[in-house]
Design a protein around this ligand. Structure first.
Ligand code: FES
Length: 99
């Protein structure tokens, strides 16, 4: 997907790969990948704030937060989850398993 240097700790970045639109999130040395499109409307979660302690990302439009571990919304107005992808770091490379 990218190099570990491509995403700063505490931030997210959007990647479009093989028809999938992903938000790759880094918290310290922990990595997450979720669907980038908010389940409430078509806004990019990777443009939202990352909440390190809660392991969540906040939609920049209406403020729903989503678990980076399950994809479930934690606050309204979103009620549906976003997809979650498996991430692995191999050396300097960040690998994401696509379905
Ligand atoms: S578009 Fe994300 S909460 Fe509304």
């Amino acid at each position: 997907m990218c190099s570990v240097d491509d995403v700063k700790p505490g931030s997210a970045r959007r990647f479009d790969v093989d028809g999938h639109r992903l938000a790759v999130v880094r918290i310290g040395d922990d990595w997450y990948a979720i669907g980038d499109e908010c389940s409430h409307a078509d806004y990019s979660l990777s443009e939202g704030d990352v909440w390190d302690d809660e392991r969540e990302i906040e939609c920049p439009k209406h403020g729903s937060t989503f678990s980076l571990e399950t994809g479930d919304p934690q606050t309204l107005p979103a009620t549906q989850p976003v997809p979650v992808y498996t991430v692995r770091v191999d050396g300097d490379g960040v690998l994401v398993a696509l379905p």
